[in-house]
Design a protein around this ligand. Sequence first.
Ligand code: ZN
Length: 261
Amino acid sequence: MDYFITTFCNGDKYEPILEKWMTRIKNKCKNSKCVIFNKINIVLKYGLKYAWWDLVRLHNNLKMLLRFNKPIVHIDIDLIIEKDIQPLIDLPYDFIISKEIGGDEAYPKECSSKLGFGICSGFYIIKNTAFKFLLKIFELMINNKNNYSDQVNIMNYIVNSNYNVHDEEIVLDNVKYINKIIEIDNIKICVLDFDIIVRDPIINNGQFGNHINIDNVGGTSNFLKYFDNDLEKLPLTCRCGKKHLGDNNQCKHIELRKSRM
Ligand SMILES: [Zn+2]
């Protein structure tokens, strides 16, 4: 075993997914061991401010990093792994994280407008060299009066620090990707090309994971279909035009899927 994959699973929306999620990871990621945080093995001592679960999982991930000294990968329960992530583990960076949808308008917008892109904490890899950095982030999260979100606190920390950012091209399975490398506090953060871990996926394009919003596809039982069926034969996973979710935009992805298939 070379690395741990962890997740936090709690509540009726997510618990029915756990078994399929774990089986998928066991089949794809040969050198990994899964560890699940839930109500049974964690102490919910942080109260119920927005994104308290981000605190719980980071706290446990840092504890595991200290204890085992192996890379710790967090993967959201609504993120379906499509390929062995070992090549991502092997990237020579201290902290590796997926990219948020929306470019320079990604959540939180006030930060991504400065950075030019956003990070998505649905998938991240912590190496032991990033321990100090993430401990600092953890303390910022705990002390943030408004919300505990790792994504929001990391983005705020970056844009308010001295940092350099540059593009780095890599090839994985014959596909070219461009990652964003952020140099900060003497570590290197790699923000993965959006096409490596895809939010609201449209087609199969060699991605390592599909991060699908459960509400966008109409709930847990519909979401589970994305494990067993071809993505391209299932309804689109975007929010566009779903009026019950408050989105009145017209969907441009329908045409995009047709033209790329
Ligand atoms: Zn759409």
